[in-house]
Design a protein around this ligand. Structure first.
Ligand code: FES
Length: 72
């Protein structure tokens, strides 16, 4: 199974990457100012953080919050 979106809101990480490039958003919170996602289970947050760090938008592995640094 590949994970490529916030499933609760059906927003693809590729779309969030486009938003980040267009707006300069560098965090989940900053992206949420532009798109509605990540406000239910929040399991997508570590994927979005990795996407912001690496540009990767499709994941074949489970990433948990402890796997990605949470910005202060
Ligand atoms: S998958 Fe993003 S809030 Fe649930």
């Amino acid at each position: 199974m590949e994970i490529d979106r916030c499933y609760c809101f059906q927003v693809r990480f590729a779309e969030l990457r486009r938003v980040a490039k267009a707006t300069g958003a560098t965090s989940v919170a900053e992206l949420q100012a532009h798109r509605r996602f990540g406000q239910k289970c929040q399991l997508c947050h570590p994927y979005v953080r990795r996407m912001l760090r690496t540009g990767q938008t499709c994941f074949g592995e489970i990433i948990e919050a402890a796997d990605e640094p949470v910005p202060e």
